[in-house]
Write a protein that binds this ligand. Sequence first.
Ligand code: MN
Length: 293
Amino acid sequence: MKQTYLPFSNPKLPPGAVFAAKKPGVSITGYKSRKVMFQGVNGEVEAKKWVATLPESKTKAPSVSKGILPANFASKNVIGSDEVGTGDFFGPITVCAAYVDAEMMPLLKELGVKDSKAMKDPEICRIAEKIMPLVPHSVLLCPNPKYNELQKRGMNQGQMKALLHNRAIENVLKKLAPVKPEAILIDQFAEKNTYYRYLAKEPSIIREDVFFATKAEGLHLSVAAASIIARYKFVQAFDAMSKEVGIPLPKGAGPHVDAVAAEIIERFGLETLTKYTKQHFANTEKALKMVKK
Ligand code: MN
């Protein structure tokens, strides 16, 4: 990591630090304890690039806030929600909430619903098409122009995600009424208090029986199903965007993404790139530099 950040290194090291670096919107500090801190508006995005490179065993085991989940949670009737597209330079943040009851579980398992992190996109899309008619769900996308507008007004990704999760869950609750789920499980992206602080101005805030857990895809099939449907809708939006631009767009936020972004700037201008991307990501600057060369 120190090597990677060498071009951005900050010679002033805080106590216990091995390296420090500054990039647009993020300060990175690596400590002797092997802990690395990412601070600033782009901190989450920058950190995610590294998380993606870790083997599954090195990433954290599931953790659950609001105490522990109720007993036999996996067999309860639950609305689960999850999002995709937060670490991708191109494409919209996509959130899905889905309801799975105990009766539906055997069929979903048979159709291949499981943690989508272990699956490639074509398989995810095949399963999504089969389960969407069976599972009451709501998918919400934040198109890139909207994302960029909100981001410029000072809203962070966590806030946007919180708004989308809360609304998607509300939509599913309305579809189910008068049936009520036994619980709601959100794949955790923020502490519970932070999540509700983000929602403070919302007219309707879902609080009853809401649980938060990381790696929640493995804790209830509803989150696994939500994750699959969200990924499917994200891939669809991505394909539509690729068609519109006439260039196959890459996922993620790595160097291959910068190259395509630079090509779009050269051929169509920065404004067109902005229409399809999360503008504040460091990729914008990197692509602009590549064009100038
Ligand atoms: Mn998630």
